[in-house]
Design a protein around this ligand. Structure first.
Ligand SMILES: C[S@@+](CC[C@H](N)C(=O)[O-])C[C@H]1O[C@@H](n2cnc3c(N)ncnc32)[C@H](O)[C@@H]1O
Length: 253
């Protein structure tokens, strides 16, 4: 492997101590500094999911097209795509545009790009993904990003992605989903918190992080995502991954 996919800098201890007041979760300096560890311990099979993006690149990348990583954070998805594209594109002319509106995240992403000598292939953009142009794309990744976009903007964003994709291009959309049915909701929450405890998070950390995310991570059901992807104009939608509440969809233009 030429590109290291996950950049773990420090342990996530953000919610270890009891906080007087829980402030809304934000992708700020504090979060960015522990984000690699947070993702790995909070999203089941995150590492495998990231690695699998390379398999989608093998299948769907079109020569001369552009890949987009929307809400790239530390750049794990971009590096996974780059890792596969490097091994198949002899002259390394592939282009990935990695977008995030968090400066602390993007700074770390840029330094990894430099360390991996990918400056000619991955361009970063500090921008709101609702505002950027998307064109000539064969692969667009929204890996746990749409859930942080306000619900009324989601359809327009997906429509823009469909319009920017070449025919046969794909969107990989990963989301934490919610369940309407109270039995399902209870079962998946219970098992997910067990998973977090198994990864070293205390009940206090779990409770405080949950409260911090409450108004920020707006989860919808898997069915709502599939319906919206179809309404946006994707011709086929496949739910190719699920573990607990975490789902990933491949939507083909
Ligand atoms: C859960 S993280 C994504 C993780 C990352 N895609 C990965 O696979 O490792 C969500 C990211 O989306 C970014 N984000 C949220 N809203 C955004 C927006 N409107 N425009 C650009 N980036 C946004 C956040 O700053 C954060 O870095």
């Amino acid at each position: 492997m030429r590109a290291s996919l996950i950049n773990i800098m420090s342990d996530d201890t953000l919610y270890t101590k009891k906080q007087k007041r829980i402030v809304d979760f934000a992708f700020d300096e504090q979060v960015a500094s522990v984000f690699g560890d947070m993702l790995e311990r909070s999203i089941p099979a995150y590492r495998e999911l990231i690695a699998m993006l390379g398999v989608f690149a093998d299948e769907y990348y079109q020569k001369g097209s552009v890949c987009y990583d929307l809400g790239c954070s530390l750049g794990a998805a971009s590096f996974s795509l780059a890792n596969r594209l490097q091994s198949r594109e002899q002259n390394n002319t592939f282009k990935i545009i990695a977008v995030d509106n968090s400066e602390p995240m993007l700074k770390r992403c840029q330094s990894s790009i430099k360390n991996l000598s990918l400056e000619n292939n991955i361009r970063t953009e500090l921008a709101d993904i609702n505002q950027i142009d998307i064109s000539h794309a064969s692969i667009v990744v929204l890996n746990f990003t749409l859930q942080f976009i306000s619900i009324d903007k989601r359809l327009d964003l997906l429509k823009k992605i469909v319009q920017g994709l070449n025919p046969g291009g794909v969107l990989i959309l990963s989301e934490k989903c919610m369940f309407e049915n109270s039995n399902d909701k209870e079962f998946y929450e219970k098992i997910y918190y067990q998973y977090k405890r198994a990864n070293g998070y205390s009940n206090l950390e779990i409770a405080q992080k949950r409260e911090a995310l409450e108004k920020v991570l707006l989860a919808e059901s898997a069915e709502t995502h599939v319906q919206r992807l179809k309404s946006a104009g994707f011709s086929s939608v496949y739910r190719w991954y699920q573990c607990f509440q975490f789902n990933s969809f491949c939507a083909i233009r």
